[in-house]
Design a protein around this ligand. Structure first.
Ligand code: HEM
Length: 464
């Protein structure tokens, strides 16, 4: 069926606008079950079949899926005041994120917190963190030496996760968390798995104490304990720190003159850790996975690193001179966007390209299919870093590629993440090749709240 099918593209009577096509299934639960089984496959099929705007029901919840750069622009940028985060996905993650920056529905309280945190993410601040990024990577390489000598297989996803948490804690909260990060990693994986399943089939409600919902509460307690440890350590300290934690602790509300409550501080710290952990870990995991399968790309990366760095530890000043390294990162973020989905709620009615959007509609912004849209990407499944050469970028409409989202709620950690990934990749790839194990099936994509390599990427380390 094409997107102009007569049954689906009729006009909304009251508004004179077009009505969004609905996914047709014979079984009333058909869409829900298909989405639950394979969300990425289901979404790809429906946008292919019905076009760039289509609605389906997740149990009783109507979802409007959009898949065109202009529609993303309308929601995230041009009419962003009309779209908040009081949407299904954020209600699902609320038990973990509570009122921190990621899940905050929007409005004044979000703006205040965002303004407060923004300076910690300015380019000058990130330059200060670059040193941590490489020194924590070198510490990890030191540990890898022994593993190489023993010919051991490593799960590089675990290694990258550990590293990402060390870096964010050291940079933004000035703590060396050491082995305790394992507590956070395990609890987070547990919560993500349970909430990922709930987001695909939201029943029974999270308040019902099923075994997995009780496990979720235990995981949240562990995450909270970890964050409390970081904050407690600071409260005990007599030293002065110039970091995000101290900015948050000393913030004063202009109107009330009051500081941030310990509870809010806790939520913000947790949100930053969650935002920084998962996304960076998964991006780096997929980079290693792709490099191990594309020797021509790996070879070109090595040539760039050897020419520019000649064995030196990279610094932030080297980054502009490593354009191919950056192209690999961009192309990985296209194919495996960690934030493969997000949602917004329309506060008032709107129109998107002549389609009627009712007030309170839930908009499902699907980065996974947007980044594969056949009108903008040739052979979209192919890994081809040259798509991100300046000439190729200039040829594409702006909103065809938005792994960090866009508009006011764009990722606050965007520059932090890109600097970190670039420095980690160029530090490691100067010393090691990561080789996939033979006889294993391809790594599958696991679409939880964010996109994961299922069971992680297992590799053998080879000295270059
Ligand atoms: C490759 C790495 C990353 C990717 C792909 C990514 C992606 C995103 C996306 C798409 C959003 C918007 C979500 C939405 O609109 O619903 C977002 C928001 C956010 N990210 Fe990231 N992120 C990354 C790294 C980071 C890092 C390193 C941090 C912190 C150090 C971070 C902290 C946040 C926060 C706090 C928000 C909420 C911002 C707000 O609503 O004002 N992220 N991220």
């Amino acid at each position: 069926m094409s997107s102009t099918d007569v049954r689906t593209s009729f006009t909304n009577r009251s508004s004179g606008l077009k009505t969004i096509p609905s996914v047709h299934t014979y079984n009333p639960l058909g869409s829900t079950l298909a989405f639950q089984r394979d969300p990425l496959g289901f979404l790809s099929r429906i946008v292919h079949q019905y076009g760039d705007i289509v609605q389906f029901r997740l149990l009783t919840i109507p979802m409007i899926v959009i898949n065109h750069p202009e529609y993303f622009k309308r929601v995230l940028v041009d009419n962003n005041q009309n779209y908040d985060k009081d949407a299904f996905l954020f209600k699902v993650v609320r038990p973990v994120l509570r009122n921190g920056l990621i899940g905050n529905p929007g409005g004044e309280s979000w703006l205040r917190q965002r303004r407060l945190m923004q300076p910690a993410f300015h380019r000058q601040s990130i330059a200060k963190f670059a040193e941590n990024m490489t020194s924590k990577t070198l510490e990890m390489l030191q540990r890898w030496k022994q593993k190489v000598a023993q010919g051991r297989v490593i799960n590089v996803t675990d290694e990258m996760g550990n590293l990402a948490l060390q870096i964010v804690n050291k940079s933004l909260f000035s703590v060396d968390v050491g082995d305790k990060v394992r507590i956070f990693e395990q609890a987070f994986t547990e919560a993500n798995t349970i909430l990922g399943a709930f987001a695909r089939f939201p029943f029974p409600p999270l308040s019902v104490p099923t075994l997995s919902h009780r496990q979720l509460r235990a995981a949240i307690r562990s995450l909270d304990e970890f964050v409390s440890l970081v904050i407690h350590q600071r409260l005990q300290s007599k030293e002065n720190y110039d970091d995000l934690l101290s900015m948050l602790m000393h913030a004063v509300d202009e109107e009330t003159g009051e500081g941030m409550s310990i509870e809010q501080l806790h939520h913000e710290v947790l949100n930053i850790m969650v935002g920084a952990y998962e996304t960076t870990t998964n991006t780096l995991s997929w980079i290693w996975y792709l490099l191990a399968q594309h020797h021509d790309v790996e070879q070109r990366l090595h040539t760039e690193l050897d020419t520019v760095l000649a064995g030196r530890v990279p610094t932030i000043d080297d980054i502009p001179h490593l354009p191919y390294t950056r192209m690999i990162i961009d192309e990985t973020l296209r194919l495996y966007s960690p934030a493969w989905q997000t949602m917004r709620r329309a506060r008032e009615e709107d129109k998107i390209n002549g389609y009627y959007i009712p007030a309170h509609a839930i908009i499902f912004l699907n980065h996974h299919t947007l980044h594969r849209h056949p009108n903008f990407w040739d052979d979209p499944e192919r890994f081809a870093p040259e798509r991100f050469s300046p000439e190729q970028i200039a040829k594409r409409p702006r909103y065809t590629y938005i792994p960090f989202s866009s508009g006011p709620r764009t990722c606050i950690g965007n520059n932090f993440a890109l600097t970190e990934i670039q420095l980690i990749l160029s530090t490691i790839a100067q010393h090691y090749r990561l080789v996939l194990l033979s006889g294993y099936p391809p790594v599958e994509k696991l679409a939880l709240i964010s996109l994961h390599p299922k069971n992680g990427v297992r590799v053998r380390l080879e000295h270059r």
